[in-house]
Design a binder for this molecule. Structure first.
Ligand code: SF4
Length: 331
């Protein structure tokens, strides 16, 4: 595949993801365009074998992470079963091949906050006070007058301020706007299942969004739209302060907009997912947004997200059972 064709493909994927985030569910394609695409994609079958990453399987396990250091399980020992309820059990599907992961993907970093080092950690008492003060300031924020006029609530975030993992989504939807909590709709339920499959509880991680207020819709129309760059830039300092205080060991960016909000640029989540990035020196794992999985109930897509979560678990030394390793590999 030529570099020019790869660029065109990435731009197309990014554009479709943008439309998808805006609620667009179909796009018209001329028959001639479809025929040209089909013809152009035919040589893909001859991609050299070395470009295809091996598919993980129980027979070729990932390297086992070192045992957690004492205290590493501090907030992550879930009150739930150590062998969590299967995320896989939430779906029906057949085992399938996974698309090969792309090579390391550099993305343009233009968010000026992305390289700012973390400040020293606060002592526990000071942190509690600082977190509460930050929440009060965010809840009173009125910087985006158009969003203030339409919102029901400011969605600050939820979870453990001492969490080791911080999940970051895009922006509140209608459910979140009403509840004042991120990820409470169907996508939120799925995210909670994924967290549960990792052996954790929703309360033991932290969940926040790039944008704290729901993006307004023209004329109050239903649906969601992607936050604009100016809106994300205005709100980003709030998340920046949350990260200052939480200082998680890993960030998980859910969807391309979350990546864009953090790093300032994106080349499309399809290429980025599963490839470690860095935000302020914290490892950042981009993966698909749970809403994507709800629309694409294909087991290979679920496995991709699950592999990303296995990477996260390995990164911080969480124990991984054989059963967890095999999710979506055994129909
Ligand atoms: S989106 Fe962020 S910056 Fe804008 S009003 Fe809401 S909290 Fe304030």
């Amino acid at each position: 595949m030529s570099a020019a064709y790869r660029q065109l493909l990435d731009a197309t994927i990014a554009h479709l993801e943008h439309l998808d985030a805006q609620g667009v569910r179909s796009v018209p394609v001329l028959p001639a365009t479809l025929a040209a695409l089909t013809k152009r994609s035919a040589p893909a079958a001859s991609v050299p074998a070395r470009a295809i990453a091996p598919v993980s399987s129980p027979a070729s396990p990932r390297p086992v992470a070192p045992a957690p250091t004492p205290g590493a399980e501090r907030r992550l020992v879930s009150p739930r079963s150590a062998e969590p309820e299967s995320f896989a059990a939430a779906f029906e599907g057949d085992a399938a091949d996974f698309a090969a992961r792309p090579a390391v993907v550099p993305i343009p970093t233009v968010n000026p906050l992305a390289d700012k080092p973390l400040p020293p950690r606060l002592d526990p008492a000071s942190k509690v006070l600082a977190f509460a003060a930050l929440q009060q300031r965010v809840l009173a924020c009125q910087q985006c007058s158009h969003l203030v006029a339409a919102r029901h609530s400011v969605v600050f975030g939820v979870g453990d301020p001492d969490a080791r993992i911080l999940f970051i989504g895009e922006a509140p939807g209608a459910d979140e706007d009403l509840a004042g909590e991120p990820f409470v709709g169907r996508a939120g339920e799925l995210l909670t299942k994924i967290i549960g499959a990792m052996g954790l509880g929703r309360e033991s991680v932290y969940i926040a969004n790039i944008l704290k207020c729901r993006p307004d819709m023209p004329g109050g129309a239903p649906g969601n739209r992607k936050p604009r760059p100016d809106e994300m830039a205005t709100c980003n300092p709030w998340l920046h302060e949350q990260i200052d205080l939480i200082q998680p060991e890993v960030l998980v960016a859910l969807g391309s907009t979350a990546v864009e909000g953090l790093l300032g640029g994106t080349v499309g989540i399809t290429r980025l997912r599963g490839k470690w990035q860095s935000y302020r020196g914290i490892p950042l794992m981009p993966t698909y947004h749970p809403a994507y999985l709800l629309r694409n109930q294909v087991i290979s897509e679920k496995r991709k997200v699950w592999e990303d979560m296995l990477e996260v678990m390995e990164k911080i030394g969480l124990p991984i059972s054989a059963r967890q390793r095999g999710y979506f590999l055994n129909p």
